[in-house]
Design a protein. Sequence first.
Length: 221
Amino acid sequence: MRKFRVLLTIALVVLFAGASFAQDDEGGEKWRNFEVTINAGFDFPMGDLKDWYDTLGAKTGINFGGAGGYYFTNRICVGAYFDYVQFGIEEPVSGLAVSEFHYKMYKLGGYIKYALAGESYWEPFARLRLGANFAKFTTWIGDTGTRLREVSYDPELSGGLDLGVMYYTSEFGGIYLQASYNYERLENTVGNSFGQEFALPYNANYFAISTGVTVFFGSTE
């Protein structure tokens, strides 16, 4: 949790320092009001997520989602997002197929984005996300803990930092590529299956690479 707090502090300082700079440096009319984005990509588990329960390690996963926000200036955008993340599972023991089981996360929350808008076709950006994670994780259940089920767990804190660059394909938007660090505060989160309660053993963090499309609306020019 300490690493995540440090990450949030650094990201907030950078973003709000950028916001102050943008207010002084931008000038001119605001040429965009809203953005809508869709994205998809791959996730790479880190730390405890790679060896969940010592037997059910997470494999490389996939993600997709969308977001929408409002530009207070040409560089500062605040909005909301939804992401779906799914990891596959390593074979826990020989002969037990687990291809139908996954670690799934349904995430929604808010974001603040700082974009280096200018005259170039390329627009670097940083985006800080904070919200809730509704996890559905494969879990050993039963009196002896020998059966596998995807168990839904209580919502918990989710956060992340995206760094990326967008390429304008038209006046109204473009395509982008981003790298993300994601932190999920899941340790001791409770789930229930057939009246039996379970608690997740660890927090989860992972790295993601995503690509997507951004469209702008509400030009004032």
